[in-house]
Ligand binder design. Structure first.
Ligand SMILES: Cc1cc2nc3c(=O)[nH]c(=O)nc-3n(C[C@H](O)[C@H](O)[C@H](O)COP(=O)(O)OP(=O)(O)OC[C@H]3O[C@@H](n4cnc5c(N)ncnc54)[C@H](O)[C@@H]3O)c2cc1C
Length: 834
């Protein structure tokens, strides 16, 4: 039965009272928006009766306006009296809640302030947002309709998966705990805690508990290392009654009680969250400890296998059958130790759970018995997840994710990404499944309406979400990030929260595995701030920008607040040979004056586009490759005239567009020059290396998506008495697509790897190969997919036509094929002479 959080409030327990006046003084000074003494009409403090560890209070401040404004907060503090060292660390709770709230979409209450000073209310405390919602205090969800029970349980698994997907390195929690030997250390810790709570002069010690500790020590999972697949943020007390559900919808809005959180083996959380299948952990006088395996599973509650399958799918964790006995036995052991501690505190009149704590001594021993019963079972989980359940019960997106078996950290070989990249890839796939594909139609609708040059509000919301998930600016290579970090943040680089804007510290090769996923949707790259031409422009500013240029243009670009364009190509000259460029950039005192006509400046139609990097000539008489310079132009400078958006096979690519622009006596401050006069070619080499490889990586994603659509269609559509998939011509086309894709993927990854190892210049041959191979491969694969779709494939009812148009442009926009072929051939000739 659910209770509203407000129903859990009680008068403050006498043992937990504190100086309310001191708190009021503190709140007035430290809580933003808290009423001033002259405004305050009423201030009340009550206590949550639920939970047994750190006393938690509800604060309500009513100010005297009309109507009166009511502010509600929650305060959490350490319990009074002598407490076990390392327990009740509210400072850590605050730290983890702050990091999760600021950088992820894990549902947690917002925290406002932390007070270390014990002189205010007797112990350190923090104050956070009050969430009004439902709490299910019992595991059986008594009184809840069966269908809802199921949704609630799967919601519990979903929220846990979200929490376990968090990349602690990206949100500043990298030092939140030791990662290695988690299980081993935990067994020792809880055994020690048990010993401290029992024995002479304290509640009796249970010998089987000590035997259990010994068994656990002998059965520590092999995957207990700091880099194991289960390593990450651990909640430590993840169970249904520590979750707040939305008042009316069946979704988790707050994960509470982070007292035991740390870094370590996340499977311990998973097992603990499933204890209801083994024991009912709500203490009662009867002594019965329930457990669905013993009392029967209430109607609607999913099977354990199903719960785990959903969790594994959404978190990307392996099926835990191998060590499940350990994890459950450990959870019961830890539960027993906690209950023994609560019971001990109760005997001293110190537990915040009130009279319910009276039964926890018995419960602790019953948990130990259950652990032994479980250990002695023949089998506890099937060796594989029940795939049948997954496909029928979870949406196709989850199945898709399960299918991403391409990379495993257990493999070895040149092109096996690190665990970090595998995790980011899973996160990205999940994000695409949950947020991108479902919005494509919406985005297209707007892009074809008379509001085509405006931004869909969902796009900005999704950008915020991607940023929170750490899926932001992933394209930034390590070395470029290092330069900008030093320039922008100096010595304080690592403390600066903006540091997260500088990507995830990936190499070009590592980014390749991720960029491919973004390429599956034409809308995706900009959601992750990884879209062209911004990536290339940011790369220029990261590598060559001055501190001032970076502060003015790079930071807002990194934040995703503005967009940019790259203006090189001119209609009147063959621009694949950039020495032909005629646009003039003439120095006049503290300014440069620009005159010329550009076209195909992608992104310049976007209402968020604020800056252009323009290539022109500062000295027409200098040697051929020293004439060109690049300069930053604020798009709103007088004399910048956007003439028209250009169309690609009828697609204008709104709202970003490709613009024709006239520069008519455009005066730009001299400090806007990049790197210096005559350095344009040098910059172009830096810009076009990695930037253009991104196109190739995305082509792989486009090809994969086209193939998927092709297969889907062929399995459903019947022609001449059988499905298309049963026709031999289709099978041969499909096989050719796979060959095309696999060989191109390897070439692109190899190019990225060489770019990382040898740099742009030395890797130019293989980069040129990738640039020719990738768009051509995508065109062949998409073309075959369009063929299988018949007329629909050429329409705008599927994404295929737009994807094909986009890939076709890359054979020119990314430098014509012939130019790259020329580079490859020249290198071959040079090699033959060696
Ligand atoms: C969708 C799209 C987006 C674009 N975005 C941008 C942008 O954001 N900023 C920007 O500045 N430009 C952009 N461009 C322009 C693009 O970079 C140029 O079109 C490209 O560099 C080729 O220049 P060009 O069109 O002047 O062709 P030309 O230089 O006139 O070349 C025409 C043809 O000549 C042949 N050719 C060229 N060189 C050789 C050679 N060495 N050997 C044999 N044959 C050769 C090729 O067949 C080539 O296609 C974009 C173009 C498109 C289509």
């Amino acid at each position: 039965m659910a209770v509203m959080t407000s129903q859990l409030l009680r008068p403050v327990h006498p043992a937990h009272r504190f100086d309310e006046v001191a708190l009021l003084r503190y709140a007035t000074a430290h809580l933003e928006g808290f009423p001033s003494p002259s405004q305050l009409e009423r201030f009340s403090i009550t206590q949550f009766g639920h939970g047994q560890s750190n006393p938690t209070y509800f604060l309500e401040a009513v100010s005297n306006g009309t109507p009166p404004v009511v502010k509600r907060y929650v305060l959490r503090k350490k319990p009074p009296g002598v407490i076990l060292q390392s327990a009740h660390a509210v400072e850590r709770e605050y730290q983890v809640l702050k990091a999760l709230g600021d950088h992820t979409d894990v549902p947690v209450p917002k925290v406002f302030c932390l007070c270390h000073d014990s002189s205010i209310i007797g112990t350190p405390f923090y104050i956070m947002e009050y969430l009004e919602g439902r709490i299910y205090a019992d595991n059986i969800l008594a009184g809840v309709e069966p269908e809802k029970r199921r949704v609630i349980y799967l919601g519990v698994a979903r929220a846990l998966a979200a929490l376990h997907r968090v990349d602690v390195d990206l949100i500043g929690l990298q030092n939140y705990g030791r990662r290695d030997n988690y299980c081993k250390r935990q067994v020792v810790r809880w055994e020690r805690q048990y010993l401290a709570s029992t024995g002479e002069g304290k509640p009796d010690r249970y010998p089987k508990m000590l035997e259990l500790a010994a068994w656990l020590k002998q059965n520590i999972p092999i995957d207990d290392s700091s880099t194991g697949s289960a390593t990450g943020l651990v909640h430590g007390d993840y169970r249904v009654d520590n979750l707040i559900f939305h008042p009316t919808e069946d979704k988790v809005i707050g994960v509470l009680d982070w007292e035991l959180s740390t870094l370590g083996n996340q499977m311990c959380d998973v097992a603990y969250s499933t204890l209801a299948y083994i024991v009912d952990n709500t203490p009662t006088e009867s002594g019965s400890i329930g457990g669905f395996d013993y009392t029967g599973r209430p109607e609607g509650i999913p099977s354990l296998e199903e719960y785990l399958a959903v969790y594994c799918s959404l978190s990307g964790k392996p099926w835990p059958a191998e060590n499940w006995k350990f994890y459950i036995a450990f959870s019961l052991f830890r539960g027993a130790s906690i209950y023994a501690g609560v019971y001990h505190r109760w005997t001293m009149g110190n537990a915040s759970g009130g009279e319910r704590a009276r039964f926890t001594g018995k419960l602790a021993n019953a948990f130990v018995d259950r652990a032994w019963d479980f250990i002695n079972r023949k089998t506890v989980l099937p060796p594989q997840p029940p795939l049948g359940i997954m496909t029928s019960e979870i949406s196709s997106k989850v199945v898709d994710q399960y299918k991403d078996t391409r990379y495993s950290s257990k493999d070895t070989g040149k092109f096996v990404p690190s665990q970090k990249v595998i995790d980011l890839r899973k996160k990205l796939i999940n994000f695409m499944d949950e947020h991108i594909y479902s919005f494509e139609t919406e985005f297209y609708k707007l892009a074809h309406s008379d509001k085509r040059w405006t931004i869909h509000p969902e796009e900005e919301r999704l950008k915020d979400l991607a940023k929170k998930e750490g899926l932001w600016n992933l394209f930034i290579p390590l070395d470029s990030a290092a330069r900008a970090r030093k320039l922008l943040f100096g010595d304080k680089a690592n403390e600066n929260p903006n540091d997260l804007l500088l990507g995830a510290g990936l190499s070009n090769l590592e980014y390749g595995y991720l960029c491919e996923i973004m390429g599956r949707s034409l809308w995706a790259p900009q959601i992750f701030n990884c879209g062209a031409p911004d990536t290339g422009n940011m790369e220029v500013l990261l590598r060559y920008g001055t501190k001032e240029q970076q502060e003015q243009w790079l930071v807002p670009l990194l934040q995703g607040k503005i967009r940019s364009g790259f203006a090189m190509t001119e209609p009147q000259v063959a621009s694949s040979d950039a020495t032909n460029i005629e646009c003039s950039i003439t120095r006049q005192g503290d300014f440069y004056v620009i005159n010329g006509r550009k076209w195909w400046t992608s992104g310049a139609m976007d209402p968020r586009c604020k800056v252009l990097i323009l290539m022109g000539k500062t000295d027409f008489s200098a040697p051929k490759h020293k004439q060109q310079s690049m300069i930053l132009v604020d798009i709103n400078t007088p004399g910048v005239h956007i003439k028209r958006p250009l169309m690609v096979f009828g697609f204008d690519d709104a709202p970003h567009g490709h613009a024709e622009i006239v520069f008519d006596n455009v005066r730009v401050p001299a400090k806007n020059i990049l790197l210096g006069d005559g350095r344009g070619f040098e910059i172009a080499q830096g810009r076009l290396g990695p930037g253009r490889l991104h196109h190739c990586m995305r082509c792989i994603g486009s090809g994969e998506r086209a193939m998927e659509l092709m297969v889907e269609r062929a399995l459903k559509r019947r022609v001449f008495g059988k499905t298309i998939a049963e026709h031999g011509s289709f099978l041969s086309d499909l096989a050719k697509c796979r060959i095309d894709l696999e060989q191109t993927r390897l070439l692109v990854l190899e190019a990225a790897d060489q770019l990382d190892r040898f740099g742009n210049k030395k890797a130019r041959g293989i980069l040129a190969m990738a640039k020719v191979a990738a768009p051509n491969m995508a065109l062949r694969v998409i073309d075959r997919a369009m063929q299988v779709h018949g007329a629909a494939g050429l329409s705008s009812d599927t994404i295929l036509a737009h994807m094909w148009a986009n890939s076709r442009t890359l054979r020119i926009a990314d430098g014509p094929d012939e130019v790259h072929l020329g580079t490859i051939a020249k290198l071959e000739l040079v090699r033959s002479k060696l």
